[in-house]
Design a protein. Structure first.
Length: 134
């Protein structure tokens, strides 16, 4: 978007969050803690990035959230379901297959339910971005 200093600052903030949080989270919760920190550092810097990027490409925040909110919500539901199974069953190959299958079923099932409105919103965003691209 023509602002390399912005990307540098956001990347530095992400690196700082990783450096500060990854070891304590890994020590407390293992690989799950490390994964949580990686997701957190991305989500923590995303609002700043969106605040600066969306006006430059001519998209309103509400329109973006409408499009991004559905997949994000579906991912949260899928994660909760898979984590629920993981926390109650012993780890083995069958559990891994069950978790993966359940995750796919939930994600694609819920995406199919919201299919029409989601893809109409994607089309709107795409058209707005392509109009602004030089």
């Amino acid at each position: 978007i023509g602002h390399p200093e912005f990307e540098t600052k956001v990347t530095f903030l992400q690196l700082l969050l990783l450096a500060l949080l990854i070891y304590p989270a890994g020590k407390l919760w293992g690989l799950t803690g490390v994964a949580i920190v990686v997701v957190f550092q991305t989500l923590a810097t995303l609002p700043v990035a969106l605040y600066l990027i969306l006006p430059k490409i001519g998209i309103k925040s509400f329109d973006f959230l409408k499009v991004a909110g559905i997949p994000f919500s579906i991912s949260c539901i899928m994660t909760a379901a898979v984590y629920g199974i993981q926390s109650r069953l012993p780890f083995n190959f069958l559990t891994l297959v069950l978790e993966g299958s359940l995750g796919l079923l939930i994600y694609f099932g819920l995406t199919r339910i919201f299919h029409r409105s989601l893809f109409l919103d994607f089309a709107y965003i795409k058209n707005r971005v392509w109009k602004r691209t030089p």
